[in-house]
Design a protein around this ligand. Structure first.
Ligand SMILES: [Zn+2]
Length: 489
């Protein structure tokens, strides 16, 4: 730096130099041009390095260059759209760096951590966080002075108020919540419990990964937790029934006395409740197991499997963070018991909370699934936008007419059925609850999927509470907190 300042000083001095010093001035001028050229070359190299080479160098964690990037750039911030800091690197007086997560465990799985390996957005956005788009002159000067440049900031789609509401509402129970904007695919909240504090991940690592630790704190249940869908799967059965009975599904009728006998098998309604005479809409609203075991076991098994796969069972999910695939495993020649069980979301079918959120979002969005995404845009440290990510459609999971019928049926679940906990004067909602059995003698997992407002949805929500009991009593109130938070502001 001192050297540069001297050069500029000399150049300025040369303007009024007497004729006898022209040779010396000329050589000084040449040197100045040379320095300027080196300067320009360095800037070009920086530009080339940061834009052309960065994806392959930074993304490859085995590449030695990765470390050189971290030596030259302070890892950028992860923030929400309103500027709330979710992760940032604090530099001490001695130059030491600490990655700080102001919200502790609230965002633990989705934001992730960058020590002890990387997870969540810390991993997904790794190369943006270690890229620096500060102004090129400043960038080069800092490098010349041996100082680090500030990495770019990752502006997420996450909504801190919804994330906090979901986390608070789930409390100390095990489970997960996913909140999306069905029209864009923006993931607004993703909570998994139990969580962990990413600020102390290194100190607590041994206990977190210890075989004695059976809480699965590091597992992102929202994307990697597989659960029987329980009665939330009645949306799939309902869709298939409508497809197979396009003209007479409204004429369906079932007499429920609390259990349904089929040969040696018995399917019971929740707590043995007798629902009485049920048409299709009532059977769905009341989540009548007897009616769905009856109508579901009569479906074409091959067509049901095809519908399940159109709805992303046994398929790759259009999502950038690690997930576990959902499975629909009922064979064409499945026995009676498996067909009955599958019809009420039990049996071999398994789904993640994220997948159930995608199904709710697709129904909410007229059948078209928007790809879920977490990063809205990238900014440099000065707040200038570097790159934006746009909503993208994955495709149509069902026709708009089918989505409209499901929406109408799901609205009834809220107004007169099992999801009355989300009935509000602030908004309309459409939903399906579930109480999924997973082990004899243990309480059911409580499910809720739904969206609001029913006629022009802005939020799609999926909730599971492990061993929470009934979906209506344990999961729906969590969705209620999220809807209330969103629609009362
Ligand atoms: Zn019933």
């Amino acid at each position: 730096m001192r050297r540069l300042r001297m050069l500029f000083k000399n150049k300025t001095a040369s303007h009024d130099a007497p004729a006898g010093r022209q040779d010396a001035d000329r050589s000084m001028l040449r040197l100045t041009y040379l320095v300027a050229a080196v300067f320009a070359g360095m800037i070009l190299y920086e530009g080339w390095f940061l834009t052309i080479r960065r994806e392959d160098t930074i993304n490859n964690s085995y590449n030695a260059r990765l470390d050189s990037f971290a030596e030259r750039v302070v890892r950028g911030k992860i923030v929400s759209g309103d500027g709330t800091v979710l992760a940032e690197t604090l530099t001490g007086a001695d130059g030491s760096e600490t990655r700080s997560y102001p919200y502790g465990s609230v965002f633990s799985h989705v934001v992730g951590y960058s020590a002890m390996g990387r997870t969540g957005l810390e991993n997904l956005a790794h190369f943006y966080l270690l890229s620096s788009h500060v102004n090129p002159i400043e960038h080069t000067l800092r490098e010349l002075m041996g100082e680090k440049n500030m990495g770019d900031a990752v502006v997420t789609t996450l909504d801190p108020a919804l994330q906090q509401a979901a986390s608070d509402a789930l409390g100390n129970r095990r489970g997960a919540v996913v909140v999306m904007d069905p029209g864009t695919g923006k993931v607004l909240a993703m909570v998994s419990k139990p969580g962990f504090d990413p600020n102390t991940i290194s100190e607590n690592w041994n206990s977190l990964v210890s075989p004695d630790n059976t809480s699965g704190q590091l597992l992102n249940r929202a994307m990697q937790g597989l659960y029987p869908p329980g009665s939330t799967f009645k949306t799939v059965i309902l869709l298939e029934y409508i497809r197979e009975h396009p003209n007479d599904y409204n004429e369906f009728q079932f007499e429920c006395d609390g259990s349904y006998e089929d040969g040696d098998y018995t399917i019971r309604c929740y707590h043995g409740n007798a629902h009485g005479t049920q048409n299709l809409k009532e059977a769905f609203a009341n989540s009548c197991n007897g009616a769905f075991a009856y109508l579901g076991s009569g479906l074409d098994a091959a067509k049901l499997a095809a519908t399940a796969e159109e709805l992303l069972f046994n398929c790759d999910m259009p999502v950038a963070l690690p997930y576990t695939g959902s499975s629909f495993a009922m064979e064409k020649d499945a026995d009676r018991w498996e067909r009955l069980q599958t019809s009420i979301g039990q049996g071999k079918t398994q789904i993640t909370p994220l997948h159930n959120a995608l199904l709710a979002a697709a129904i909410a969005n007229g059948g078209t699934l928007m790809k879920p995404y977490f990063i809205d845009h990238i900014e440099n440290a000065g707040g200038d936008r570097i790159r934006s990510f746009q909503p993208a459609a994955y495709g149509s999971l069902m026709t708009a007419e089918e989505a409209a019928v499901l929406t109408e049926m799901m609205t009834e679940v809220v107004t007169v059925g099992t999801a009355s906990a989300v009935k509000s004067e602030l908004y309309t909602a459409a939903a399906k609850t579930g109480s999924a059995e997973f082990e004899f003698g243990r309480d059911t997992h409580a499910w809720f999927i739904g969206f609001a407002p029913a006629e022009a949805p802005r939020l799609a929500v999926s909730v599971i509470v492990e061993e929470g009991g009934s979906g209506g009593a344990a999961a729906a109130p969590i969705a209620r907190r999220i809807f209330d938070t969103y629609f009362s502001r």
